[in-house]
Design a protein around this ligand. Structure first.
Ligand SMILES: *Cc1c(COP(=O)(O)O)cnc(C)c1O
Length: 469
């Protein structure tokens, strides 16, 4: 299997290079040269199989001959043994024909674990084969950092350094990153905002002298292996509800559009998905693009669902590339135009491309009052305590079901409510309990350093951490 850039000006690469790759050198995102497919009989055979087996089958389609199936299966078994639920990502009926797909039973209680756990194992194999030793650097507004630290802690050929905004993430989120006690993990509390953290990370990746002495890598949501790993639970949940003999629809709480794009991937692989509704909070760039045909950013607003407080949905470029018939020149032009500093008008999606997107995708945005109301209402009606990201999607699902209840509707539940206790308490007056696996987190010793929001200071820290001072 080969991977091409959405902007067409970078050479195609193989699976193992795609595992380690961030942006392509031409600024595009890697995508498979052609979509692998399952037959209906193959999809039907997923029924009743352990999650790790379906994961190996789906991810294996993207690795092709580059990995021995038994070896991949050993990796997915190990990755998903870190989840506390035997089904890994269980499906639960919430209302008639409306189901919750619980993606938060991993070690850091958010869906980022599903991809990060297998990514770390794929990294390990790729790095050993290439004899490389990497330093992973990431900025986090909360969930990605914890999932990445948990997945890469103790790795023999990768170090990981996380930058987070000092005092602006929840204590639970911080403790998942700072209590590992591992020498290959460094945490830096930056005295600034999440944007400051991200700007420093970008500065580091653009610093040629630094990159000559430190082999840098990123694990953000544009990574192809993460997308492939997220396609898996579309298969397991749809098959549990009758696919391939029956169509299923999904509602996805969306920020960077990685999770929703994974649904598109599952559809291309043969899964009969009727509709994917992209549910956003008031940071509604993707929902608006699908509704209006114009992709234009606004100012980021802080909400109670912070993992979706994003105004540039990086993975949207992959859908655009598909929607313009894989015209790389058109994609490059559109996204270079979008990124121009003084472009406040965004870009128009060509009519045929918009029609293509709307065949599968719909968009809906949910405001703060509706989100709180949904947390309270779901508790009252069903007894389930849900987190604010999931609440956004359930509200969107309610609107869909007001029109049509004939197709099974699956809502992706992306975080455990105990990760966002303040929002849940304020909305519903209850205190979500931490699952057993996370109990004790509050008494472990934390290790992190505080640095000013200054790229040079952080770079000096990184050189020291990477042994390149
Ligand atoms: C990251 C995240 C999302 C958004 O996922 P994208 O792939 O960026 O669209 C939604 N909910 C939670 C809890 C998250 O951590």
């Amino acid at each position: 299997m080969r991977y091409v850039s959405t902007r067409g000006e970078a050479p195609a690469i193989g699976f193992w290079d795609a595992v380690l790759a961030g942006l392509a050198p031409d600024g595009g995102l890697y995508i498979p040269q052609a979509w692998p497919r399952f037959t209906d009989a193959e999809i039907a055979a997923f029924s009743g199989k352990p999650y790790a087996e379906v994961a190996a089958a789906v991810i294996g389609k993207f690795a092709g001959d580059d990995i021995v199936p038994a070896e991949l299966l050993a990796m997915t078994r190990e990755a998903y043994a870190t989840f506390t639920h035997p089904a890994v990502t269980p499906v639960k009926e919430l209302y008639p024909n409306l189901y919750l797909l619980e993606l938060f039973h991993g070690p850091t209680l958010a869906f980022k674990d599903v991809a990060m756990q297998i990514l770390a194992r794929l990294y390990d194999k790729a790095l050993k084969a290439k004899g490389r030793h990497l330093t992973i650097v990431a900025a986090t507004s909360g969930d990605t950092g914890g999932a990445a630290v948990e997945a890469f802690r103790g790795a023999s050929n990768a170090r990981i350094m996380i930058l987070f905004p000092d005092g602006r993430i929840s204590e639970v989120q911080r403790r998942f990153m700072t209590t590992t006690g591992e020498a290959n993990v460094a945490n830096v509390a930056v005295q600034g905002s999440f944007d400051d953290c991200q700007t420093i990370v970008k500065d580091m990746f653009g610093d040629k002298a630094l990159r000559q002495v430190v082999d840098l890598s990123g694990v953000n949501s544009i990574n192809w292996a993460r997308i492939a790993a997220q396609a898996v639970y579309y298969f397991t949940s749809a098959v549990a509800l009758g696919a391939p003999h029956r169509k299923v629809s999904f509602v996805v709480p969306t920020g960077n559009f990685g999770d929703a794009f994974a649904g598109y991937v599952a559809k291309q692989m043969g899964l009969p998905i009727e509709t994917i509704t992209v549910a956003t909070n008031s940071n509604d760039i993707v929902a608006r693009a699908i509704e209006t045909g114009r992709y234009v950013r606004g100012a980021v607003q802080a909400t109670q669902s912070p993992a979706m407080d994003i105004q540039i949905a990086s993975n949207f470029e992959r859908l655009y590339f598909e929607a313009v018939g894989r015209d790389a020149a058109a994609t490059a032009l559109a996204f270079k135009t979008f990124a121009m500093p003084n472009n406040s008008d965004g870009i128009d999606i060509p009519p045929e491309a918009l029609a293509f997107m709307r065949k599968l995708f719909a968009g809906d945005s949910v405001d703060e009052a509706q989100t709180s109301d949904e947390i309270a209402r779901t508790l009252k009606d069903t007894g389930e305590v849900i987190d604010p990201h999931t609440a956004v999607a359930i509200r969107a699902a309610r609107r869909i079901q007001a029109k049509d209840t004939s197709t099974p509707l699956v809502v992706l539940s992306t975080a455990h409510p105990a990760k966002f206790p303040e929002a849940v308490r304020e909305a519903a007056g209850v205190e979500p309990r931490l699952p057993l696996a996370a109990v004790g987190l509050d008494t472990k010793t934390e290790t992190f350093d505080r640095l000013p929001a200054d790229a040079d200071a952080v770079k000096a820290y990184l050189r020291n951490f990477a042994g390149a001072a």
